[in-house]
Write a protein that binds this ligand. Structure first.
Ligand code: ZN
Length: 214
């Protein structure tokens, strides 16, 4: 049995409400509510994501005494860009999810492709915006190459995370979250509920596999 759920979301602040409101009680904006149909598949369907059930504990964290936890053990992955390392607090933390935001055309894709090509580790660069050829051309303009940099054009979260689980990259780059769509949600890519769901799936994946995601 599938469960269909409808919610109203504020386009301005993202607050959800079971019914439509003319004025958002959270941010005060007018006519900002849009209806979004949220579809969640039957519970068993989630197991289709093969990255979930391949581990002994299903990738789930186990309780551990705070005295057994070793601090300072986290090995940050330094990127080739000293400024980016500084912003990240010294490098990429394994299992972290980092959102790179900025206006269109500001150079987010170029920055991240540069990171992918200079990383010195296996990187999976997933693009929902450009073709493989376009990415290759941009890499050539940067005059860089990395045989450990893999390109995937995919927008379905389950399929892309399955590829990431198989490839086991040291870094997963996704360009961009607005193009992703989760099979568990019916609304269009880029909508509030879709971005929220996709970000949640990416965060769970990063935590369970320790693969950092940009
Ligand atoms: Zn609002």
């Amino acid at each position: 049995m599938s469960k269909v759920k409808k919610v109203f979301l504020c386009n301005n602040c993202g607050v959800s409400s079971p019914k439509w409101m003319g004025r958002c009680t959270s941010c005060g904006s007018w006519n900002s509510f849009v209806e979004e149909v949220i579809f969640r598949g039957p519970p068993g369907e989630e197991k289709q994501a093969s990255w979930r059930d391949s581990d002994q504990h299903g990738g789930q964290a186990q309780p551990i005494s705070i005295e057994e936890i070793q601090s300072g053990q986290t090995q940050r992955v330094a990127t080739s860009d000293p400024e980016l390392n500084r912003v990240l607090g010294g490098g990429i933390v394994p299992g972290s999810l980092v959102l790179i935001g900025g206006q269109p055309g500001i150079g987010k894709s170029t920055l991240l492709l540069q990171v992918a090509l200079d990383a010195g580790i296996r990187v999976l660069y997933v693009s929902g915006e450009e073709s493989e050829e376009q990415i290759k051309m941009r890499a050539e303009r940067l005059s860089r190459s990395n045989s450990q940099c893999f390109i995937l054009t995919e927008t379905n979260t389950t399929r892309l995370l399955n590829h990431a689980k198989k490839l086991e990259p040291g870094l997963l780059i996704i360009d961009s979250i607005q193009t992703l769509s989760s099979p568990y949600i019916e609304s269009t890519p880029g909508s509030i509920s879709q971005v929220r769901e996709c970000a949640g799936e990416l965060q769970r994946f990063a935590k369970e596999t320790h693969i950092p995601i940009f």
